[in-house]
Design a protein. Structure first.
Length: 157
């Protein structure tokens, strides 16, 4: 069974693998947080914010220019205000398919099976983490509510 600490332990293990590229402050932060987790104490809100910022930076650094373009296209960048949509359709054998699968594996996109509207090809959506990795989460019509767009969003907000 996965515990609340497992995600942090994995993140800190990833940091250790790159320890030669960490500053003295970052090394101290990782060591301190590891001790805290070993004692069963949860990270503070400030520590979580620092970890999230580091994860977003890492996602930006490992994304290829083509993957960045795919996510921008999915959000409608270049055709009006970014965020007017959030979908990208591609399938096995296309030039974009492997990149979309890599983005799903990285948690930057989600995938659902396609239907008649997509010609049977899978439909990919940029996650909140993907939006953060791109531009710090644009204000999109699809970014809140029930994910069905502005016409279906809960009007009580």
């Amino acid at each position: 069974m996965t515990t609340w600490a497992d995600e942090y332990v994995t993140l800190l293990e990833d940091c250790e693998k790159r320890s030669e590229r960490l500053s003295d402050w970052e090394l101290g932060f990782v060591d301190s947080l590891q001790r805290q987790l070993a004692e069963g104490r949860r990270p503070s809100a400030k520590q979580i914010e620092a970890l999230d910022l580091g994860a977003r930076h890492q996602a930006r650094m490992t994304m290829t220019p083509k993957q960045r373009d795919i996510m921008k296209h999915a959000l409608g960048a270049g055709r009006g205000a970014p965020g007017w949509r959030n979908h990208f359709v591609t399938g096995p054998g296309s030039d974009d398919y492997d990149d979309c699968e890599a983005l799903v594996a990285a948690g930057l996109m989600t995938k659902r099976s396609g239907g008649p509207l997509s010609g049977g090809d899978p439909v990919y959506r940029v996650t909140d983490a993907g939006q953060d990795a791109l531009v710090g989460r644009p204000k999109t019509p699809n970014a809140g509510g029930n994910g069905l767009g502005p016409a279906c969003r809960d009007k009580s907000r």
